[in-house]
Design a protein. Structure first.
Length: 147
């Protein structure tokens, strides 16, 4: 797990599990969440970018979420990433989690901006689409394919 504390971005902490792509996407999410105004939320915000490659990675993410809530009881905890995509109901059922965002929405400022109270007190705690319905993904990250 890698982390960048909230002090780096005025109230947004990002906990990253998994691959280098997740590390890159975590920085994009931090910027998009700040652009959406999430840094100004009282108590701060913690974005957990999960990995689903192993059961251990999922377990570590759940453990980190519980620890984050204990250490930051007023923070808004938002869970996203591959484990959140494949186990949305598991993360959504955690009392510590305020919002679950799917992979299709995690890199867009509007995903953070469009939520009432940034997802807290929202009737829709889990915002995860069926990944099989997504027709375009990460186009902004790929210049082309050679060969």
């Amino acid at each position: 797990m890698t982390t960048r504390p909230a002090t780096d971005a005025g109230g947004i902490e990002v906990l990253t599990f998994g691959c280098r792509l997740n590390a890159y996407e975590s920085e994009v999410m931090r910027a998009k969440a700040a652009e959406a105004g999430l840094a100004t939320v009282s108590g701060g915000a913690i974005i957990v970018n999960t990995c689903a490659v192993t059961g251990e990675a999922v377990r570590q993410a759940r453990q980190a979420i519980r620890k984050a809530r204990r250490e930051n009881p007023r923070a808004r905890i938002i869970v996203t990433g591959c484990a959140a995509q494949t186990e949305a109901d598991t993360f959504g059922a955690m009392d510590e989690v305020d919002l679950v965002i799917g992979n299709d929405d995690k890199l867009h400022a509007s995903s953070y901006r469009s939520l009432p109270d940034f997802g807290v007190n929202s009737l829709e705690k889990v915002r995860v689409n069926d990944i099989m319905s997504v027709r375009e993904t990460a186009a902004h990250m790929i210049d082309g394919i050679e060969g």
